[in-house]
Design a protein around this ligand. Structure first.
Ligand code: MRU
Length: 344
């Protein structure tokens, strides 16, 4: 049974995931910003449910949670590990970091059959993600000239990762280096990752930011200077096509139209070289009630049908730079991606 405890977090060091012996504590992102409550997962099935229900979300954080889920299962039988892998793999379809982390955990299990080794590997995946974010943040910030005005989408911060963030990590570091004058962040309907989570992270750190409705992006970019649109990714195909939160593709089209540059920030575990192009990336569709209701309150006529794809694919041709911990891929193409991703 999942149980909840009140959070004791303070300051800017937000921790979405905390490993305590035999227990994964997850900050319940469904309740932010109103409540800071941690949920405790003691089994892989509870961890998979928390991923599916978006207690924890964001591609890298999903991968880290899945790794800890496997570590929890490794305290039981070999059959329990097989079952955990199956249930965790099915929890959300688009973020490839989930499968990448499960493969790493499977390899350790095959070689060790040891719960301790599995726990060590999950902690290593968690620590590596933070280190990768800090490295990407330096690479990304270098692309941003001082005085920049930037736009970001969804939540790609400490809440979505092992800490610091991908796109929001670049914004954090670039702001600390004096390169950013103004951030705009979208609401990110329907789940409001931008309004509820990114706004919360930006405010805690005093980064100057204004929330905009998703539909305000073209107005903003056509009437004011925006230097960079900076986003994360859930899966990047071999040719650089990038799946990210629904609405990202629209932002890339508008950015190209009005002269803003477009940056994607993601660790190497987000690349899926088995997908030649973005058309091969599975796009998650979630329940219609995410659109027709808000916290149980109808916001559309009862019985209205709705289509709720929660990711879209931005073609590589609309992306100026993909930043990962190994370097920057400028004007992404199959060759440019291969040069950075498959040489390590
Ligand atoms: O549905 P979510 O909230 O898991 O979607 C998150 C995103 O789309 C993020 O932009 C992406 O995972 C990159 S997070 C560092």
């Amino acid at each position: 049974m999942m149980t909840s405890t009140r959070a004791g977090t303070a300051g800017s060091a937000v921790q979405a995931l905390i490993w305590a012996p035999n227990c994964l504590r997850l900050l319940d992102q469904r309740l932010l910003p109103a409540e800071e409550t941690y949920i405790e997962c003691r089994t892989a099935a509870e961890t998979a449910a928390a991923i599916h229900d978006m207690v924890v979300r964001g591609a890298p954080a999903i991968g880290i949670a899945a790794a800890y889920g496997m570590a929890l299962a490794a305290q039981g039988t070999a059959e329990a590990v097989d079952e955990a892998e199956r249930v965790l793999a099915a929890s959300r379809p688009t973020a490839v970091n989930l499968h990448w982390a499960l493969r790493r955990m499977r390899d350790v299990w095959t070689h060790s059959h040891s719960a301790e080794a599995m726990t060590r590997e999950a902690i290593r995946i968690h620590d590596e993600d933070l280190a990768q974010n800090l490295r990407m943040a330096e690479f990304g910030a270098e692309l941003i000239a001082p005085g920049a005005r930037v736009l970001t989408h969804c939540n790609t911060g400490a809440l979505a990762t092992g800490g610091h963030g991908t796109a929001l990590g670049v914004i954090r570091t670039a702001y600390a280096q004096g390169r950013i004058a103004q951030v705009y962040n979208t609401e990110t309907r329907p789940w409001l990752q931008g309004a509820r989570l990114t706004a919360w992270e930006l405010m805690r750190e005093g980064i100057p930011a204004k929330l905009i409705a998703d539909g305000a992006a073209a107005h903003l970019m056509s009437t004011q200077r925006i230097d960079w649109v900076i986003v994360g990714a859930d899966r990047i195909a071999a040719n650089g096509d990038t799946a990210n939160k629904i609405g990202t593709h629209t932002l890339a089209v508008v950015a190209r139209q009005y002269g803003a540059k477009f940056m994607v920030v993601a660790p190497s575990g987000t690349f899926d070289l088995s997908c030649a192009a973005g058309s091969g990336i599975p796009i998650e569709e979630r329940t219609a009630t995410e659109l027709t209701e808000f916290r149980g309150q109808a916001v559309a006529p009862v019985g209205m049908a709705a289509l709720n794809p929660v990711f879209d694919v931005t073609p590589a041709s609309l992306i100026d730079a993909i930043v990962c911990e190994r370097g920057v891929i400028e004007t992404p193409s199959t060759e440019a991606v291969r040069a950075i991703i498959s040489t390590h």
